[in-house]
Design a protein around this ligand. Sequence first.
Ligand SMILES: C[S@@+](CC[C@H](N)C(=O)[O-])C[C@H]1O[C@@H](n2cnc3c(N)ncnc32)[C@H](O)[C@@H]1O
Length: 426
Amino acid sequence: MTNSREIASLILSNVYQGKKLDWALNTNKNLAKLDSRDRSFVSLLVLTALRRQGQIDKIISSFIKKPLKKNSQVNYILKIALAQIMFMDTPDYSSVNTAVEISKKYNLEKLVNGVLRNILREKNTINIDSTELNIPNWLRKSTIDNLGKEKLSLISKQIVKEPSIDIKIKKEIFQKLKWEEILKGKNIFQETIRIDYKSDISKLPFYSEGHWWIQGLSATFPVILINHIYKNHKKDEISILDVGASPGGKSFQLIESGFKLQSIEISNVRVKKLLKNLNRLKYETKIINDDFITHEMDEKFDCILIDAPCSASGLIQKKPEMLVIKKNINDLKLKQKLMLEKASKLLKDGGYLIYCVCSIISSEGNEQIKSFLKNFKNFSLFNCFSPIESFGVVNDDLPYFFTTPDLSSEHGGIDGFFIACLKKNY
Ligand SMILES: C[S@@+](CC[C@H](N)C(=O)[O-])C[C@H]1O[C@@H](n2cnc3c(N)ncnc32)[C@H](O)[C@@H]1O
């Protein structure tokens, strides 16, 4: 029988070897055999080991003289044990005993026993406040350059916390039911209810009826802004192209608002996901399954929303696997640039281009926009952020908007996000 902690260490090794956390959790057969409480425990073990990876590595390296082989399973057994000993409420003896038991398979039980017992002896003197250690170098440098050291520290304190889940209720249904009571959550803005929930989302009330979808608060902002821009227009006369549409949150908002929408998405797999979501919500949109950059279109649009592929560094609290996988963002930056250029051609004169990324890295956000503006003099930035400005920062000279994970702490944080609204001048 495979033990929860053993399963956790195997899943952790999958993630370190580049597998997506969701994939590693969903495809582990032993995990599927556990009851829901144990499954949640495994998930928490892995998430804690990832969120605290820098701190855990520092502790391990100061207690092991000779470094372990990089992909030795014992690395992951130790990381899972340390996640519990230093950062969770599990009893120390059970964390240590199981780690020793599991490492017998690798003939390294003496080492594991020795290291963990030495750590236990000094547990109370080990500093566990240095959360900056968990931010990997590739992100640390760009965060400091863009936002400063103090911000890095605030972000690092936020991302070790369990994130909440944001649920976007359909506009037309929001007023009809008492959603805070139904979902046991808090209405943090417009139709978004924030909940603390660790189990299967599809078991929540009104999932199969399609009354809501999952969408982080900051990801709802671009369409809130589009609604603000077109508040005095007939929505069904405004043509919008949603670029990079799956899993669909922004398309769903545009549909419920009544815009004339087309959605383009490059990935076949993700188009299937989008269709499944549309089907559950009983919504429809015209979907183009193609590469936006090369796709030929005769039509021009009043508004184009680019939710560009990016580092997803703004989602670091929800996706802590990015802390251990080195990202190469050069390809993404090129794609973002080409998407902006393509959109410039497909936009009507006087139209609006909304560019957003769930990133806190400036080269994907404000720098990308600055270089676009240098080459496309017929575009200008404009400030339409009044409906959302209390949630983030509106830049002064060049108006763009961003959030960072440490903001909106009164609600328990917010995903990092960048939005620029550009107008194509006549
Ligand atoms: C940040 S996600 C979009 C999230 C989505 N807008 C939502 O609100 O649910 C970016 C999406 O862009 C898609 N994508 C990447 N490159 C693309 C391209 N060249 N053309 C169209 N879609 C692309 C990705 O497959 C991914 O689904």
